[in-house]
Design a protein around this ligand. Structure first.
Ligand SMILES: NC(=O)c1ccc[n+]([C@@H]2O[C@H](COP(=O)([O-])OP(=O)(O)OC[C@H]3O[C@@H](n4cnc5c(N)ncnc54)[C@H](OP(=O)(O)O)[C@@H]3O)[C@@H](O)[C@H]2O)c1
Length: 334
C-alpha cells in the first residue's frame, strides 16, 4: 500500500539552529482527492530561510505553523489523480504544497509549471517564489534605474543570483556580497556580476569601496548586521535599500545589535523599505512573463542545489542555509 511521507512540526524550537527533533517525519495513509480536488506527487520540496521564522510562535507576516501541522513549504510535482475539471494526470504544478510526498489540492494558489521553459525544480527556484522576490524587490521596492550600482547580499543564493542577473538585464551594475572565494568567482564568471565581495575575507569596507567606486544606488538586503553597517556609509544620496531578509539574525540567541550607521539614512536621504513577496501577488503574471522570457532568451540562468535523501533529511538540509553550505537554490528531491 502506498503511503504519504510527511514532515510535521512536533514542537517549537529553542533559539539557535533548529534541532531535528522539532519535526516528526512519518508515513501516513495516502490522501484521496474529493470531487473538485487532485493529488500531487511531489518531486521537489523547497528549503527557504523563512522556514526558521515560520516555526516560531509570535507575530509575523503569516501565522506560525501549528504544532502537529504539516511543515509549510513550497513544492513542485505532478498530478497523479484528478477529480478536478481543469487539472489532469501528469500536469506539473507548484505552490505551498507542504513538506510531504503527496498533497491534495483544489487548484487555488498553485502555478502551472511549464517544463518547456525550465525544469520542474526551477518552479520553486528562479521561476518560483525566490525569483518573484528578486524581481519585485529590485524593480518595485528598489526602484532600479538604468546605470545604477546595485549591491546584493547572500548574492550566490536563490534570490541573490537572480537579483544580480536582473540588474544586468536592466542596464545596471551588479555587485554581489557572498561568503568565500568559490561563490564570489561564480558570481562573476557564471552569473555575469560586475564585481563580487567576499565578506569572509576580512576587509569588507575596503573591498566594497573597490567594487563600488561610484557608491551604491540600490542595496538589496538579505543579511543585516555587519554587512548593512558596511553598506550604509557607501550609499549614494537618495539611494534605496530593499530589505528582503536579515538572515544573520534568524538563529540569534540574544537580541542582535541594531545598525550602527543609521545616521546615513538621514544624511544621504535614503529610503529603506521592507517587503514580503506576497505583497505583489496581484502582479505575479507580469513577473512570470518577464522571468520566463529572459530564461527563454538565455539571459537568465539558475544555479540549483538539489539534495538527495528525501524528506528524512529535511531538518539538517534546512540548516545548510544558515551555515552557507548551500550553493544556489536549495531543495530536496523527494
Ligand atoms: N521578503 C521576502 O518575501 C523574501 C522571500 C524569499 C527570501 N527572503 C530572504 O532572502 C534572503 C535569501 O534567501 P534565499 O532563499 O535566497 O537563501 P540563500 O541565499 O539561497 O541561502 C542563504 C545564504 O545566506 C547566507 N548566510 C547565511 N547566514 C549568514 C550570515 N550569518 N551572514 C551572512 N550571510 C549568511 C549564506 O550565503 P554565504 O555563503 O554567502 O554566507 C547562505 O548560503 C533570506 O534573508 C530570506 O529570508 C525574503
Amino acid at each position: 500500500m502506498s503511503v504519504n511521507r510527511v514532515v510535521r512540526l512536533a514542537k517549537r524550537p529553542a533559539p539557535g539552529l533548529i534541532s531535528p527533533d522539532i519535526f516528526e517525519i512519518r508515513d501516513e495513509p495516502m490522501p484521496e482527492p474529493a470531487e473538485g480536488e487532485f493529488r500531487v506527487a511531489i518531486e521537489y520540496v523547497s528549503l527557504d530561510p523563512a522556514m526558521r521564522g515560520w516555526v516560531n510562535e509570535g507575530k509575523s507576516y503569516v501565522p506560525p505553523v501549528g504544532l502537529g501541522d504539516v511543515m509549510r513549504a513550497f513544492a513542485v510535482g505532478r498530478v497523479e489523480v484528478s477529480r478536478h475539471p481543469d487539472f489532469k494526470e501528469g500536469d506539473a504544478v507548484a505552490g505551498l504544497l507542504g513538506a510531504q510526498s503527496h498533497a491534495i489540492c483544489d487548484g487555488r494558489n498553485v502555478q502551472r509549471a511549464d517544463t518547456s521553459i525550465a525544469p520542474l525544480q526551477s518552479w520553486i527556484g528562479g521561476l518560483g517564489m525566490p525569483g518573484w522576490t528578486a524581481y519585485f524587490g529590485l524593480l518595485r521596492v528598489g526602484a532600479l534605474k538604468e546605470g545604477d550600482t546595485v549591491v546584493v547580499s547572500a548574492a550566490s543564493g536563490a534570490v541573490g543570483q537572480i537579483v544580480g542577473q536582473i540588474a544586468r538585464i536592466k542596464g545596471a551594475r551588479a555587485v554581489g556580497i557572498a561568503g568565500g572565494e568559490r561563490k564570489c568567482r561564480a558570481l562573476i564568471e557564471e552569473d555575469g556580476f560586475d564585481a563580487a565581495v567576499d565578506y569572509k575575507a576580512g576587509d569588507l569596507a575596503a573591498d566594497l569601496d573597490k567594487a563600488c567606486p561610484d557608491g551604491i544606488d540600490v542595496y538589496f538586503e538579505s543579511v543585516g548586521g555587519e554587512i548593512l553597517d558596511a553598506v550604509l556609509p557607501r550609499m549614494n544620496t537618495f539611494g534605496r535599500i530593499a530589505v528582503c531578509g536579515l538572515i544573520s539574525a534568524y538563529n540569534a540567541t540574544s537580541v542582535p545589535d541594531g545598525p550602527k550607521n543609521l545616521r546615513y539614512l538621514l544624511t544621504s536621504r535614503l529610503k529603506m523599505q521592507g517587503f514580503i513577496v506576497f505583497d505583489f501577488a496581484d502582479e505575479l503574471p507580469v513577473a512570470l512573463a518577464d522571468l520566463s522570457q529572459w530564461v527563454s532568451q538565455g539571459r537568465l540562468k539558475f544555479r540549483e542545489d538539489v539534495r538527495e535523501g528525501g524528506l528524512d533529511v529535511f531538518p539538517q538540509t534546512l540548516n545548510l542555509l544558515f551555515s552557507g553550505d548551500n550553493f544556489g537554490k536549495l531543495s530536496l528531491k523527494v
